[in-house]
Write a protein that binds this ligand. Structure first.
Ligand SMILES: [Mg+2]
Length: 181
């Protein structure tokens, strides 16, 4: 399958004031190992991340690259990897279809790997992740890390169903490895 991962709140702790440096990238327990497990079973993994901190002028491309460099280095230590990183740098007031809830990045990823939406799953913690996946016609898993609990408590819109709910990325990986999709 193609597994599309939101970053903040799924792999690393979400921060209200954005992850602005490698030091602020605090990993959620077992998230890197979950990625490595999916890699080892032949799944393709890509990050699809909104990073409005670029569009807002809070950090630049080089600083974001340093954050992702740290993520890749830490992943490599557990024999994990991301096959691609898709970034939507748009500020919310200048959002394109690439910024979630737009499906742009997801469609780009499915084209790049030539994998159909029926064989693609998105894992996210916010309603906009799930909206993007619904628009792109992918399977959807909501994790309860990051904003996930709040997202669930608010109640997901009916048209987004079915949404699988996992406690974290580790459990979401189990769903995929159990062949739930
Ligand atoms: Mg998130």
């Amino acid at each position: 399958m193609l597994v599309l991962l939101d970053r903040d709140g799924v792999i690393n702790e979400d921060r209200e004031d954005f992850v602005k440096s490698p030091e602020e990238l605090i990993l959620i327990p077992k998230s890197l190992e979950a990625i490595a497990r999916l890699n080892s079973h032949g799944h393709k993994l890509a990050l699809v991340t909104n990073q409005s901190c670029i569009g807002r002028g809070i950090i630049n491309d080089e600083q974001l690259a340093a954050i992702h460099g740290k993520l890749r280095d830490m992943l490599a230590k557990v024999s994990g990897r991301l096959d691609e990183i898709f970034i939507a740098p748009d500020a919310p007031w200048a959002a394109t279809e690439r910024r979630k809830p737009g499906p742009g990045m997801l469609i780009e990823a499915m084209r790049k790997f030539n994998i159909h939406s029926s064989d693609t799953v998105l894992i996210g913690d916010s309603e906009r992740d799930i909206e993007a996946a619904k628009s792109a016609d992918c399977h959807r898993i909501l994790v309860q890390t990051g904003k996930g609990r709040k997202t669930l408590a608010t109640g997901l819109k009916r048209h987004l169903m079915p949404v699988h709910v996992a406690s974290d990325l580790d459990q979401a990986a189990n769903f995929i490895l159990e062949g739930r999709f």
